[in-house]
Design a protein around this ligand. Structure first.
Ligand SMILES: [Zn+2]
Length: 388
């Protein structure tokens, strides 16, 4: 990662997140990180709340996240004031005070004053702070800079031409090098749908490299596969198990299956539950939060995950990836006499399918991301050559 990359808002938003804060606490508890990580976790959580306060985009209140409209009595004002003070008070030992802290204080003070002014003098009780950010503008500039051979410093004439060119001819795609996350709100760069090239790209999805695969023989041994799963993985699997169960129960609303899948008492019985437990206690309304799965469900999905891990990349080019994976998983479970039964055979099959589909989705995303990364680096080199 370059120093410019490190400043990107989209990466910051991933790091300063609620999940990251919880993960730090869990890793500290498991002895992976030292005691200092607790303070880091608190700072991460504070920054997450700050980002949420400055990114509210829906009018209705939300019990979990703060990304809803700021009003006179909503918690946003208090959090913003506290963070402004924190930026004022924080000290840097052995390092220079970053200039951006002053920027943060100005931003917060401006948002607070604007919200108050809108409330008191213009009859606007709710402020959606996301509409104040300048992502749309930055994204537009990023697109214009791609004109004229990716000129990083266009002159006025070039800028104007670039802007015209964009409006008239292209649907533009945001550069991977731009600073902001792609914004899906009304953007300044909404352009007319005239680009034939783009349309053709949309119509003809890239042909996947499909080769006829044979399902590899599964002589895998469950205990051996499970050896590769650490306690940190266990925490992730337990959390995902709850998510999969939630999805499954939406497809198949059945009390019998619900009783088998979930632990309604939400008892903390092992360290593998820590991430889910901390994340749960973070939610403002306990009954709305995450699902805690039963130990039986967890043990079952842990094995399924281990098999998935082992075979996903081997079967990646298969035309029927999900089917093949399901076949192998079932075969291995059968070979080891491991059974997990919901109300009917069909329900068990649907549950397994739900898990494998969700896992495939994530594993494919990771695979694609690693490919995009390589391409970006090549482009970067090309761009640098252009400018030398
Ligand atoms: Zn059922």
């Amino acid at each position: 990662m370059t120093s410019f990359n490190a400043m990107k808002v989209k990466y910051a938003a991933q790091i300063f997140s609620d999940s990251m804060s919880v993960a730090l606490l869990v890793l500290k508890h498991l002895g992976v990180l030292d005691n200092g990580s607790e303070q880091t976790s608190i700072s991460v959580k504070d920054m997450d709340s700050l980002f949420d306060c400055l990114n509210s985009l829906k009018l209705d209140e939300d019990n979990i996240k703060l990304r809803y409209a700021m009003t006179e009595h909503s918690p946003h004002t208090k959090i913003l004031e506290e963070m402004k003070q924190a930026f004022q008070d924080c000290k840097f030992i052995g390092a220079k005070r970053p200039a951006c802290l002053k920027g943060w204080q100005i931003t917060i003070a401006s948002v607070l004053q604007l919200a108050e002014e809108l409330r008191n003098s213009h009859g606007v009780p709710k402020s959606l702070t996301r509409n104040l950010n300048q992502d749309s503008l930055e994204n537009l500039f990023a697109i214009v800079r791609q004109q004229h051979g990716c000129c990083k410093n266009p002159n006025v004439q070039q800028f104007e031409n670039g802007l015209h060119h964009n409006y008239i001819t292209t649907i533009t795609k945001l550069s991977c090098n731009s600073n902001c996350e792609a914004d899906f709100t009304t953007s300044l760069s909404i352009l007319s749908d005239l680009s034939k090239k783009h349309k053709e790209e949309l119509k003809q999805p890239q042909k996947a490299d499909i080769s006829t695969t044979t399902v590899p023989s599964s002589d895998s041994n469950i205990p051996e596969l499970l050896e590769n799963i650490s306690l940190t993985d266990d925490n992730a699997i337990y959390y995902v198990s709850g998510y999969v169960s939630k999805k499954f129960l939406k497809l198949h609303a059945c009390d019998e299956c619900r009783n088998i899948l979930l632990d309604k008492a939400k008892l903390l019985t092992g360290e593998h539950q820590l991430f889910t437990y901390f994340k749960q206690s973070d939610q403002l309304e306990p009954h709305q939060g995450l699902l805690f799965v039963s130990d039986e469900t967890f043990q079952f999905l842990k094995i399924v995950e281990a098999v998935h891990n082992e075979y996903f990349s081997k079967l990646l080019k298969s035309i029927s990836l999900t089917e093949d994976l399901l076949k192998i998983i079932k075969q291995i479970l059968h070979d080891h006499n491991f059974s997990f039964n919901l109300c009917s055979e069909d329900s068990t099959e649907l549950f397994l399918q739900t898990f494998v589909k969700i896992r495939n989705h994530w594993a494919t995303r990771i695979e694609n991301k690693s490919k995009i990364k390589k391409v970006v680096n090549k482009n970067q080199k090309l761009q640098n050559v252009c400018h030398e």
